[in-house]
Design a protein around this ligand. Structure first.
Ligand SMILES: Cc1cc2nc3c(=O)[nH]c(=O)nc-3n(C[C@H](O)[C@H](O)[C@H](O)COP(=O)(O)OP(=O)(O)OC[C@H]3O[C@@H](n4cnc5c(N)ncnc54)[C@H](O)[C@@H]3O)c2cc1C
Length: 478
């Protein structure tokens, strides 16, 4: 068994950022292990991509790793000649939308620099494996890895990110095993194997579907691509009027009271929030601006607004409003937006508010019965490929990740009562089945959605880590 001070499970953006900030703030040299099966650290699901059309969904200054030096990425990009190497990164309004793979390279490089040397003299090592289970030991946890090794640590940090999407009904039975069904929308190698003239159905029409469309179009796809979702909500286009993204991203978020609460008071219902947002959007538009300005104020206030909502309101938001919120929150890079608009205008790509009622495998094709939203007529269509773009799984109790399942099964961590992610306290300590916060297990990044709601964008994750790591570092003093 290898014994370390800190075992970070997951070496994506969150795990890498945690290791970097801890090694900078630790008051003595720590032995830190990052357990991650990928060969490259710092990339994870979002940034381990070489696809040129996979770009960050917001301009460069909105992304940062160091809240105390938010311009670091901009300087790194300029120093690497980013604009010359990727001229398409520049949008018509002059903003830079980096490739996600390039951002991954930045995070990876930053981590490698800290592995080579860091202010606390800590050791950061990559344990290239997958954690499959955990058991309690006298002080902390011992993790079992899928290669038979064990790592024990006084502090275990779960930074395992998202779960792969699970096939929705009616594809959840044997259909999901058919060769035409692609369950993993981020498996670009498989996407490129889809024959160029295939009839493709995408389940979902938000960001993941747009990524898939961009990959297919670039690889010369000629066949029809139909995207369906029950609500029919598409990612909202970036407004062309009004100001661009605010330059003071950190200042907008790091403040005693959030922008939204300071302007409109504390709201105890999602209905109240929505009403305020709508009237502010109308006011902004009347003044020559756009809805993104008040929406941005709310987005940058979620850290303050969400925890204050009663549980029933959180559930109401997740049930009725989350899809709507997400299509405003996560926009497409303009480069991808334009490409998709062209293919839509040419009739190759279509979007429809419809449900898949039934599906059957029929001589190599997938035959799907679709029903338009509002109870329209049912119709049967044949597709050569169906790609699940319903978005990542967020329920630990239904996770396909063996470690996540083990943590829940053993009561070391419990799902958040809102129904997404884990229950954690303000400092990201896991709350176990006994109801107590566990100082030996922290959960960070997207799996804390239920508690914080804002832990999806890279910068929001970096900000929270930057805030909680000093106390974690101080605990190792003793
Ligand atoms: C396709 C996509 C695009 C995105 N684009 C943007 C964007 O443009 N801008 C933005 O701010 N945010 C974006 N996001 C949000 C993004 O999730 C965060 O920015 C951030 O990357 C989350 O990182 P993470 O490390 O928590 O999760 P992940 O990226 O999911 O990484 C988790 C890592 O944990 C590892 N892991 C999981 N389980 C185990 C285990 N049991 N043992 C060992 N290792 C394990 C996985 O292999 C993986 O590498 C995007 C997300 C996705 C999915």
């Amino acid at each position: 068994m290898t014994a370390v001070d800190v075992a970070i499970v997951g070496g994506g953006f969150t795990g890498a950022a945690f290791a970097i900030h801890l090694s900078r703030m630790a008051e003595r040299p720590l032995d830190i292990a990052i357990v991650e099966p990928r060969g490259r650290l710092g990339r994870g699901l979002a940034y381990d991509t070489a696809d040129p059309d996979h770009r960050l969904n917001a301009p460069l200054p909105v992304h940062f790793l160091y809240p105390d030096a938010p311009d670091h990425l901009r300087d790194w990009y300029a120093g690497r000649g980013g604009a010359a190497r990727d001229p398409d990164a520049q949008a018509p309004d002059g903003s830079i939308y980096m490739r996600r793979g390039e951002f991954g390279r930045y995070v990876e490089e930053q981590l490698q620099d800290h592995i080579a040397a860091n202010p606390s003299g800590s050791t950061i090592r990559h344990v290239r494996s997958r954690a499959v289970s955990a058991r309690r030991i006298s002080r902390g946890y011992a993790l079992s890895l899928d290669d038979g090794r064990e790592v024990s640590a006084g502090l275990t940090v779960l930074a395992a990110g998202y779960d792969r999407p699970t096939a929705p009904p009616p594809f959840d039975g044997t259909i999901s095993d058919r060769p035409g069904f692609l369950g993993d929308p981020w498996d670009t190698a498989r996407l490129r194997e889809i024959p160029a003239d295939a009839r493709v159905l995408l389940l979902g029409m938000a960001q993941t579907a747009s990524d898939v469309i961009a990959v297919l179009l670039r690889s010369g796809h000629r066949g029809p691509i139909a995207a369906v979702s029950r609500h029919g909500l598409r990612t909202r286009p970036r407004p062309r009027t009004g100001a661009g993204p605010p330059p003071d991203v950190v200042d907008r978020i790091v403040r005693p009271v959030s922008l939204f609460t300071a302007a409109h008071g504390r709201q105890a219902s999602v209905r109240g929030l929505l009403r305020t947002l709508r009237s502010e959007a109308r006011r902004a538009e009347a003044a020559g601006g756009n809805w993104l300005e008040p929406f941005g104020d709310l987005r940058d206030s979620v850290w303050d607004v969400w925890p204050a909502l009663p549980l029933a309101e959180k559930r109401r938001f997740l049930r009725h409003l989350r899809v709507w919120y997400d299509v405003h929150r996560f926009q497409l890079p303009p480069q991808v937006e334009t490409r998709i608009a062209e293919a839509e205008a040419a009739g190759q790509v279509s979007f429809e508010a419809a449900s898949c009622v039934s599906a059957a495998s029929d001589n190599g094709t997938l035959s799907v019965t679709l029903q338009r939203r509002g109870g329209g007529e049912r119709r049967r269509e044949a597709f050569d490929a169906v790609v699940n773009c319903t978005g990542p799984g967020m329920r630990p109790d239904r996770s396909t990740n063996p470690l996540v399942r083990a943590l829940v099964a053993r009561g070391f961590a419990v799902p958040h009562p809102a129904g997404v992610g884990f229950r954690v306290d303000e400092e990201s300590r896991a709350i176990g089945a006994g109801g107590r916060a566990d100082p030996h297990l922290r959960i960070v990044g997207p799996p804390t959605y239920g508690a914080f709601a804002d832990q999806q964008g890279a910068s929001f994750i970096a900000l929270r880590l930057h805030r909680i790591v000093p106390d974690i570092a101080a605990a190792f003093r003793r």
